[in-house]
Design a protein around this ligand. Sequence first.
Ligand code: 5RP
Length: 220
Amino acid sequence: MTQEEGKRLAAEAALRYIEEDTVLGMGTGSTVNHLIDAMADRRMRIEAAVSSSEATTRRLNEIGIDVIDLNSAGDLSVYIDGADEADRHLRLIKGGGGALTREKIIAAASRQFVCIVDSSKSVGVLGAFPLPVEVIPMARSYVARRLVALGGQPEWREGFVTDNGNAILDVHNLEIADPVSLENRINQIAGVVTVGLFASRPADILLVGGNDGVETLSRR
Ligand code: 5RP
């Protein structure tokens, strides 16, 4: 099975978590795009969506789903998004697509976070995927030095600007033995907007699409 097929399987399995006539939180990336396609195929009706990126907003609008501001939506019942890596405790690395800050905000404001990945993203220990960190542009070099002091090798995602007007550092070779503690430490660095470790607020449900179908992992 290809990675793309695994993503599509996981995305289709997420359809059953969507409550019609409610406001749905939507992430960003190719796995989420499969979900949007599946919603269109099944003519799924939701009241509206809160979107984590301009790219997702465009795709949702294309299939006739209204996108509203999180400020007017209040807390959401369900948020669905992909990830770059997921461990068995449903802790994640996210931000490969650069939408990590809005993704973290929507995840925090949602009662249930359903994460959809193909089996290549499922890992024993997080960290082979370079950890994205969104930074205020003037702090880029300062934050990079602090990340080196933590043992990582930050690389500026040159030419990329987030939807919030910021820069991204992708941190290679970080040892992520304790994801919650590392998330807190990186969050403390002045100039960091968001670190793409989702450990303090992990996913609640992880749907992993692979050769044997879809595996469902749950935190509670
Ligand atoms: C975007 C993300 C995505 O969820 C992550 O990069 C996975 O993307 P894809 O579904 O394309 O593999 O965090 O910021």
